[in-house]
Design a protein around this ligand. Sequence first.
Ligand code: SF4
Ligand code: SF4
Length: 505
Amino acid sequence: MLERSLKRKLTWGFDIRAHKAMSTDTPIARGLLPERLIIPMNQQAGPAAVPIAEVGQRVRKGEMIGRPGGPRSAAVHASTSGRVRAIGKEITPTVNGLVSSLCVHLEADGEDEPAPPREWPQERAARIDAICNAGIVGLGGAVFSTAEKMRGHETCELLILNGAECEPYISCDDMLMREHPQEVVRGALAMLDLVGAPLAVLAVEQDKPEALRAMREAADRLGDSRIEFARVPTVYPAGGERQLVEVLTGREVPSGSYPLASRCICQNVGTARALDRLIRQGEPLVSRIVTVTGHGVAGATNVEVPIGTPIRDLIEFCGGYRGEVALLILGGNMMGYALPSDDLPVTKAGNCVLAAHSDEVRESSGEWPCIRCGDCADVCPPRLLPQELLRASAVQDFDRLDALGLNDCIECGCCDVVCPSQIALTERFREAKRAVAAAAARASMADLAQERHRRKLRRLATQAEHSDRRQDDLIEKIGSRDRRAMIEAAVARASRRRDSSKTTH
Ligand code: SF4
Ligand code: SF4
């Protein structure tokens, strides 16, 4: 198998302590079957799925319980067999933080009875629909609809398989590549067929030799020359989509665009495996591998978890908490966020649960004013000016934030780490994004209201026009006959009506 040379050196990010070994010395654990599951409809980057299961209904594992809620959405399935106990709104973790989402509460019956396997269609369009209906989304964390990525494929020259798991603590992709390389390679080849690209490059970081070896051997066994390998430097955040495209092709993804603008499609290795399972076993996406780690959990490891499993059950499955946990984080320590409770469910976006001791949490001794040293700009992967973004976000100057490329901020946290003034820059940028989104929503509501008002005025004008036209027609009619006779006849009719009404009373 060919090894691809890197087209660009990394000039951003930094080498960071990985903390991965604590979860990679045991195989992926299986057999977790919770009694109750909370399965959110809002698990993908696009619109939420729409529940189709009913309260009281018995469902089997893999049965659709939420249909796709529109373009860029994906279906949601029962992760085990059981009965639907309730459908209601809950706070659930998503890629954008905690949101209120409609959830199906499923009481497992312990049988784990699967629904009949799905057929893999022959036609390309039907295959794309099948991917959407199987609920497959990007498992690297962005949960973007895989079907949607496949739809706009015409200009794709290179499929990038992202096995560069750069965030500290997280090792689920590493373990997946070590234990299921054949499935990942087969899934990658199926993706190549779907997008019609000539080549796939599997990007793995240099510090994952076992994964790279396993993937090479699997590709050799399949003997397909359309797969190359690339060893990516162990630099955080080299695993970001845009960063990988840049490193592997030398092309920059334009601001505000997806990698397809640079003729590439990126897919996570877990997504490739999910596709292979759909094709070969007819199974939709009902589980994912989650890294459970940190000094606050007794048995750090990776677990194949049914979607909707409460995090509490997952922690218990790993031996429970150990000592005093300072923070429970969903994701790694750089891009993850703190959870308020372990009652929340594992979703498709949840690649890691980090039970962090106080020695694993960066304590801030308070912020100091920005000294404009420029260190934050030196490490920023999309080459933004975090210090300028900070100033613009402080005064909510949305136009300036837009001009500075706030939307290109991948919230990697690199600027926080190097800032000598200990300013929580990334959190400021998250807040600024939320403020921009809220302002955009308000503006679009105002636009909608204005549009409704404009439509109403148009409707009234049209009605008035019709009524004028009817009146004109009438006048024309009246004018053509004897106007006086018609008026007298009308007066007589009215007088007769009055008389008859007096008689009745
Ligand atoms: S690293 Fe911190 S102090 Fe230096 S310019 Fe950036 S925000 Fe200011
Ligand atoms: S969090 Fe945003 S601004 Fe800071 S380094 Fe990462 S991409 Fe740049």
